[in-house]
Design a binder for this molecule. Structure first.
Ligand code: GLN
Length: 400
């Protein structure tokens, strides 16, 4: 009980500004208060049984030892073919695609493979919270530029715009990497083909590489098509493309994703990857390779999630929340500052704590996507949930 421990040596943090990720904090709080968890982005419905039976079959067929370091050939081939058919860029599955333990590991490994101390990395805020610490561990320097929120006559956000002038000003001889994220977490903003052309104008003649985080690639709504970096050969030639099976096939807990990049870049990526995770679990890769053969499994995702977005946003319109555009991803952002309650004046984080504990619905403060929290009175709900979950959450939110 009263064991006396010798003192540990001093342990200066490599990430002094970092605590536990907001997604973990909010999920734990939701569990503590038995709240409906619309915070962390993950589905609450089961994945397809067919996918599970492919994995089971792979285990029973004794595919249980290390796979190749880069991932099993069948899965890499399936990914190369999918990217080619959808976006037109031909990656060599042997030398240009690597299976990762989810998108977040792909992001960290990409950054460690190309950012050296003092290199600058441009991110567009709000930004997924893993980008910044990954750059800090590589001793790179973050240059953050803010997304522009365009407002309508009533002052509500009607769309988000890429900050072209600031982006142009942020790129210089020290820029090693620019991170883009389309569809964007948390706003759902998507890059258009003309945006990629404009980005190409900015990076042409520089040494800047790109990391394109496209884990929500199959969740783009209202008839709009996802524009991948792989649809722009000039940019693809200097890009790491990242995606995730967890998001696409409702299996976030399996932690399987991939990175595609031109051979020279992928060689460096693999040098880090092999000593980071070495490989990613074998039976899941076999199961995913089989399941990927049927394109309907990912092509149907946009209409599936659009129906959920529409159901959820219809219900939210009966609350005092102001809805922000939700053109893609499985997130709906709302502004709470016009609710007729004292809590409308709270910070985003405090509002989310209160909403979880007192109203029984967890959300994510968008301020968590900034290094220096920017308070815009906006929180993020995840609508990747069963209709009954959304319906119960809506009943609670409609009291506001
Ligand atoms: N990408 C997910 C989100 O934004 C969560 C990922 C995580 O929890 N690491 O909610």
């Amino acid at each position: 009980m009263d064991q006396i421990r010798p003192l540990a040596p001093p342990f200066p943090s490599r990430l002094p500004a970092v605590g536990t990720t907001v997604f973990t904090v909010m999920s734990a709080l939701a569990a503590k208060h038995q709240a409906i968890n619309l915070g962390q982005g993950f589905p609450d419905f089961p994945c397809d049984r067919e996918l599970i039976s492919h994995v089971n079959a792979a285990m029973l067929a004794d595919h249980n030892q290390y796979p190749p370091m880069t991932g099993i050939a069948d899965l890499r081939q399936g990914i190369a073919q999918k990217i080619y058919e959808l976006y037109g860029y031909q990656y060599n599955p042997d030398t240009e695609i690597t299976i990762t333990a989810g998108g977040t590991q792909g992001i960290m490994t990409t950054i460690l493979s190309c950012v050296s101390p003092g290199d600058e990395v441009v991110i567009i805020e709000p930004a997924y919270d893993s980008y910044r610490p990954s750059v800090e561990l590589a001793c790179g320097k973050i240059v953050a530029v803010p997304l522009i929120a365009k407002r309508d006559n009533q002052g509500g956000v009607c769309s988000y715009l890429i900050p072209w002038t600031e982006l142009a000003n942020s790129i210089n001889a020290k820029t090693r990497l620019i991170i883009i994220n389309t569809p964007h977490n948390p706003t759902g903003m998507v890059w258009k083909a003309s945006d990629l052309d404009r980005l190409a104008d900015l990076v042409r003649g520089t040494n800047a590489l790109l990391l394109s985080d496209e884990v929500y690639e199959h969740m783009v709504f209202d008839g709009i098509n996802h524009v991948s970096i792989a649809s722009h050969p000039e940019l693809a030639a200097r890009s790491f493309l990242i995606s995730s099976f967890g998001k696409t096939y409702h299996v976030t807990g399996w932690k399987v994703g991939y990175v595609a990049a031109p051979e020279k870049m992928m060689q460096e990526f693999r040098k880090v990857h092999q000593f980071n995770v070495f490989t990613v679990n074998t039976p899941m890769q076999f199961g995913l390779a089989e399941y990927l053969k049927n394109a309907d499994h990912y092509l149907g995702l946009a209409s599936f999630y659009q129906a959920k977005r529409d159901y959820f946003s219809r219900g939210l319109k009966e609350t005092g929340f102001k809805l922000l555009p939700a053109p893609a991803s499985y997130f709906q952002c709302v502004n709470y500052t016009e609710l007729n309650i004292p809590q409308a004046k709270m910070s985003e984080a405090d509002f989310c704590f209160w909403l979880t504990a007192e109203i029984g619905v967890a959300a994510i403060p968008v301020s968590a996507f900034y290094a220096q929290p920017v308070e815009s009175g906006v929180i993020r709900f995840c609508f990747a949930k069963k209709e009954e979950t959304l319906s119960t959450a809506l009943k609670r939110l409609q009291t506001l």
